[in-house]
Write a protein of this length. Structure first.
Length: 466
C-alpha cells in the first residue's frame, strides 16, 4: 500500500474541525459585537496619533531639541532640556491614547485571519526551502518522506489566494502607510518619516512585487510536483538532475526574494516606522519549526495507518533534531533582535517591543517559554528525540506557540490594547488549520508512490541509521 488514500473518516474529522472553528469564530464575533467596538473617528484619531508620535520621533532622531522643546506636547512636561527619551515617553503616551480607542470588529476579524493565512504561507515556503536544500546537498535520508514535505507546500495556492484577497480589498486596514500620509500640505495626516520611504512603501510597487513573488512561489511548487510525479512514473537520472536544478533556483528565489521582500512587505510594513535586518530570517525560522512539527505529526499519522513502513526511529530522530536545532536558532534571532534594539534604544525601534510588552505581556513571555524553554529542555537528550511521545507533544505545543509568535508580529500593531487575542483568534486558527490539513492530505493522496521507491536514493533512505 504505497499510495495514500484520503479516507472518509479523515475528511470527516477535518470538516468537523472546520465547523467547530467557525462556531467558535462566530461566538467570538458575537461577544465582540455585544461589547461594542464602534470607532467612528478611527481615521482621524489614527492620523492624529501618527502625526504627533512620528514628529516627536523624527525630531529625536535628528537631534532637533529646539523643535522638540517648542512642541506643545513637550512644553508642558520638559521646558528646559528635551532629549530622545522625552520623545519616546510622549510617543508611548500617544500610543496609549490610541490604544484606549477600541479597534473595530472589522479590525479584529481581518487581523486574526490575515495572521493565520500568512503563517500558513510561510510554512509552505519553509517546506519548499527544506526540500530544495536537502536535494541540492544530495541528501538521501529524507527521500521516503519528501512527498509528505511537499504536501505541506500544497497549501500555498490557498494561502496565496487568501492573501491576495486581503491585499486587494483590505490593504487599508492592514497597512498604515496606505493612508494619505505623503502630502506635506496636509499637516493633520503628513508623516515625515514615511514620506522618506514612499519610493518603497507605495501600492504600485507593493502590487507588482506581490504578483512577482506569488508567481515565483506557484512556479516552484508546480515544478517540484511535476518533477516528483514524473519520477514516480518514469524514473531517470535526467529527472534527478532536474530536481537539483529546481532546488538551486528555489533556494535563491526563497532566500533572496520571497522570504526577504515578502517579510518586509507583508509583515514588517504593518508597523512601517520600525525595521529589523533580522526579521526575514526570524520569520522563516518560526515557520520552519512549525513545518517540521507538522511533518512529524503527519509521519506519525501515516505510520498509524500502515503507510511508510520503512520509515523508522532514525528518520523521526532526524526530524526531531531539526525541530530542536531550529528552535535554538529561532531563539538566537529572537534574543539578538530584542537585545540589540534594547541596547541601542532607538525610538522607532523600541516602539515595536513597547507595544507588545505593554499590550500583550502574557503572550510576549509565553512565546519564549513555549517556543524555547520547554522544547529545549524536553528535546535536549538523544533518547527524547527517538521516542514519539515527547516529540508529538512538543510538535503540538510548537505549532500553537509559533502561531502566537506570528500573532505577536502582526496583531499588536493593529490592536495595541491587548484585546486582540480572543475567541475570534482561536476560531480562525482551528478553522484554517482544518482547511490546511484537508488540502495537505488531499495533495498527498495524489502521489502514486508515497515513499518515492523509484528515487535513485531510496535505498540510502531505507538503510538510514544514526
Amino acid at each position: 500500500m504505497n499510495t495514500y488514500i484520503f479516507a472518509p473518516e479523515a475528511k470527516s474529522f477535518l470538516i468537523k474541525g472546520f465547523i467547530i472553528g467557525i462556531v467558535i469564530f462566530i461566538i467570538g464575533i458575537a461577544i465582540k459585537w455585544n461589547v461594542g467596538t464602534e470607532t467612528p473617528s478611527h481615521d482621524k484619531d489614527h492620523a492624529q496619533v501618527a502625526t504627533t508620535t512620528q514628529t516627536l520621533l523624527a525630531q529625536a532622531e535628528t537631534g532637533d531639541t529646539e523643535s522638540l522643546a517648542s512642541t506643545p506636547e513637550v512644553i508642558s512636561e520638559a521646558p528646559a532640556e528635551v532629549t530622545a527619551d522625552h520623545a519616546v515617553a510622549h510617543a508611548d503616551e500617544d500610543l496609549s491614547a490610541h490604544a484606549s480607542h477600541e479597534p473595530t470588529l472589522r479590525t479584529h476579524i481581518i487581523a486574526n485571519i490575515y495572521t493565520i493565512v500568512m503563517f500558513a504561507f510561510w510554512i509552505g515556503v519553509a517546506a519548499l526551502f527544506f526540500l530544495s536544500a536537502t536535494t541540492l546537498a544530495l541528501g538521501g535520508w529524507h527521500i521516503q518522506i519528501q512527498k509528505v514535505i511537499l504536501s505541506v507546500a500544497g497549501t500555498l495556492p490557498f494561502s496565496i489566494i487568501m492573501m491576495s484577497i486581503f491585499f486587494i480589498f483590505f490593504h487599508h486596514d492592514l497597512f498604515h502607510w496606505t493612508h494619505d500620509l505623503y502630502d506635506p500640505t496636509n499637516p493633520e495626516t503628513y508623516d515625515a518619516i514615511l514620506d522618506g520611504k514612499r519610493d518603497y512603501l507605495n501600492l504600485t510597487r507593493f502590487g507588482i512585487f506581490a504578483v512577482v513573488l506569488f508567481g515565483m512561489t506557484i512556479g516552484m511548487n508546480y515544478f517540484w510536483n511535476k518533477n516528483l510525479k514524473a519520477m514516480d512514473e518514469n524514473p531517470s537520472v535526467k529527472l534527478f538532475d532536474q530536481s537539483r536544478a529546481i532546488s538551486a533556483v528555489s533556494i535563491v528565489i526563497i532566500a533572496m526574494f520571497v522570504n526577504t521582500f515578502g517579510s518586509w512587505d507583508w509583515a514588517m510594513s504593518i508597523q512601517p516606522h520600525w525595521y529589523s535586518t533580522m526579521f526575514s530570517w526570524y520569520l522563516l525560522a518560526s515557520a520552519a519549526v512549525t513545518m517540521f512539527a507538522i511533518v512529524y505529526l503527519m509521519i506519525i499519522f501515516l505510520k498509524v495507518k500502515n503507510y511508510l513502513p520503512n520509515v523508522n526511529a532514525n528518520h523521526k530522530h532526524d526530524i526531531g533534531k531539526y525541530i530542536f536545532a531550529i528552535t535554538v536558532f529561532w531563539t538566537y534571532v529572537w534574543f539578538s533582535q530584542y537585545m540589540l534594539m534594547w541596547y541601542a534604544n532607538i525610538p522607532e525601534e523600541t516602539l515595536y517591543f513597547t507595544i507588545r510588552i505593554n499590550g500583550y505581556p502574557v503572550m510576549w513571555y509565553a512565546v519564549l517559554v513555549i517556543n524555547f524553554i520547554i522544547p529545549f529542555l524536553v528535546l535536549l537528550s538523544r533518547n527524547s528525540k527517538r521516542v514519539s511521545g515527547p516529540v508529538i507533544a512538543m510538535s503540538i505545543l510548537l505549532i500553537v506557540g509559533h502561531w502566537m509568535d506570528f500573532f505577536s508580529m502582526v496583531v499588536p500593531e493593529l490592536i495595541p490594547n491587548g484585546g486582540g487575542f480572543n475567541l475570534i483568534s482561536l476560531g480562525a486558527f482551528v478553522a484554517i488549520s482544518s482547511v490546511f490539513g484537508y488540502i495537505s492530505l488531499s495533495t498527498l493522496s495524489k502521489y502514486k508512490d508515497l515513499a518515492s521507491t523509484t528515487h535513485p536514493y531510496y535505498q540510502e533512505s531505507f538503510r538510514h541509521n544514526i
